[in-house]
Design a protein around this ligand. Structure first.
Ligand SMILES: C[S@@+](CC[C@H](N)C(=O)[O-])C[C@H]1O[C@@H](n2cnc3c(N)ncnc32)[C@H](O)[C@@H]1O
Ligand code: SF4
Ligand code: SF4
Length: 320
C-alpha cells in the first residue's frame, strides 16, 4: 500500500513534495517518543584504525586519535546500568577498529558484570587471532558484526586496503571453529557484505560459499547484505534530494554516540565529531540527553532544518 502511494504520487511531484513536507512530516513527528535515556549507546573505544577502506571517510578525520580512558568508560557503564529498562544495547565501537584497543575484553566484561543486556561491536576481524577469539568468547559478548568485502586477495585487498584477505579469512573461520569446539552459544556473528564492493553480482554466491558451512543458525549467526551510503557528508555514493523534503532523522530520539574523548554526537556517521551535543567528562549521559543541545537538535530535525549540522547536509539516511 505504502509503495503504491509512493509510486503513484511520484507522478505528481508537486503534490508529493507538499504531502511529504507537511501532512506526512506532521504524522511522523507526532509518533516520535521523547525518552528519558537513549535506547542505544555507542561508545567509541578508539578511533584508530589499521585499514584504509575505500568507502570509509577515514582520510577526512581531523580530530585527534586515541583510546578512551578506562576510568571514563567505567563511569559511563555505571550510569548506563541504572537504566536497564530503557537501554537495549551498547555498542563498543564507533569510527575505528575496536580490536586495536587492548582493553576491549576488559570493557566487555565490565559491561556484562553491570548487567548490560546486549553488548555488541563491529570489526574488520583482521586482529581476530586465536587469543582474541578465545578471550571474546569468554568475555560475555552477545554479538558482533564482521565487515568482510571480497572473495579473493584482489577483490578484498583493493577494497579493505592495508588488510590481508588470507589472514582475515583464517581468523573468521578459526573463530567459528573455536566457538564450536568450546560449545559456546555466544557471541552470535553477523557477516556483512556490501555487494557493490565486489563490482560483480556473480561473486556474491562465491562470498556466501566462503562462510556458509561455518554459520550456526541455532546461535543466530546470519549474513547481512548492506549498501553503500554517503557516511554523512564523507562520501558521494547516493544523490540526496532537496533538503526540504527529507524526513526527520530519528537518531536524536533513540541513540547517543560518545566519542573516545568524551564528546557526544548524534550518530555514527559524524566521523569527525562536528555535531557537538556535550561532553561526558563534564556532564552525565542523562543531563546531556535531556539538555538544551539535544532539545534544539530534535526541534530542528522536526522542522527538517539541518543547516546547523554539517554532516547531515549530504546524509542520505533521512531520505525516503
Ligand atoms: C566505520 S566501520 C567501524 C568498524 C570496523 N572498523 C569495520 O570496518 O567493521 C563501521 C561499518 O561501516 C561500514 N562502512 C564504511 N563506509 C561505508 C559506506 N560508505 N557505506 C556503507 N557502509 C560503510 C564498514 O564496512 C563497517 O561495517
Ligand atoms: S570501514 Fe572500518 S576498517 Fe575500514 S577504514 Fe573504516 S573504520 Fe577502518
Ligand atoms: S541526518 Fe545523517 S548525519 Fe545527521 S544525525 Fe541523521 S544520520 Fe546522522
Amino acid at each position: 500500500m505504502r509503495n503504491f502511494f509512493k509510486k503513484n504520487l511520484k507522478k505528481f511531484p508537486k503534490l508529493f513534495t507538499f504531502l511529504k513536507k507537511y501532512p506526512l512530516r506532521f504524522y511522523r513527528n507526532i509518533k516520535l517518543q521523547e525518552l528519558e535515556f537513549p535506547r542505544q549507546i555507542w561508545i567509541e573505544n578508539t578511533n584508530h584504525c589499521n585499514a584504509s577502506c575505500v568507502m570509509c571517510p577515514r582520510e577526512l578525520q581531523t580530530r585527534s586519535k586515541s583510546i578512551m580512558s578506562f576510568d571514563l568508560y567505567e563511569k559511563l557503564i555505571i550510569e548506563i546500568s541504572k537504566y536497564p529498562h530503557l537501554v537495549e544495547r551498547v555498542h563498543m565501537h564507533n569510527f575505528g577498529e575496536p580490536l586495536l584497543d587492548k582493553k576491549l575484553v576488559e570493557r566487555i566484561k565490565l559491561a556484562k558484570d553491570h548487567g548490560i543486556k546486549h553488548v555488541y561491536f563491529v570489526t574488520n576481524a583482521s586482529l581476530l587471532n586465536s587469543k582474541n577469539a578465545l578471550n571474546l568468547i569468554k568475555s560475555g559478548l552477545d554479538e558482533f558484526k564482521i565487515s568482510f568485502y571480497g572473495v579473493n586477495e584482489s577483490t578484498y585487498n583493493s577494497t579493505m586496503k592495508d588488510l590481508d584477505f588470507n589472514i582475515t579469512l583464517n581468523n573468521v573461520r578459526n573463530f567459528f571453529d573455536l566457538r564450536k569446539s568450546l560449545k559456546a552459544t555466544k557471541p552470535k556473528v553477523v557477516l556483512q557484505l556490501i555487494p557493490q564492493s565486489l563490482n560483480d553480482a556473480n561473486l556474491e554466491k562465491e562470498w556466501v560459499n566462503l562462510f556458509k558451512e561455518y554459520l550456526d543458525d541455532e546461535i543466530g549467526d546470519r549474513f547481512n547484505f548492506y549498501q553503500l551510503h554517503n557516511f554523512g557528508d564523507g562520501r558521494d555514493y547516493v544523490e540526496t534530494m532537496d533538503h526540504n523534503i527529507r524526513n526527520t532523522c530519528k537518531f536524536p530520539w533513540n541513540t547517543m554516540v560518545i566519542l573516545q574523548d568524551g564528546s557526544v554526537t548524534a550518530c555514527c556517521l559524524d566521523y569527525d565529531g562536528q555535531i557537538n551535543l556535550g561532553n561526558v567528562n563534564e556532564q552525565s549521559i542523562y543531563d546531556i540527553w535531556n539538555g538544551e543541545k539535544y532539545k534544539k537538535i530534535r526541534a530542528d530535525f522536526k522542522k527538517l532544518n539541518y543547516k546547523d549540522y554539517k554532516p547531515c547536509q549530504k546524509c542520505n539516511f533521512p531520505v525516503d
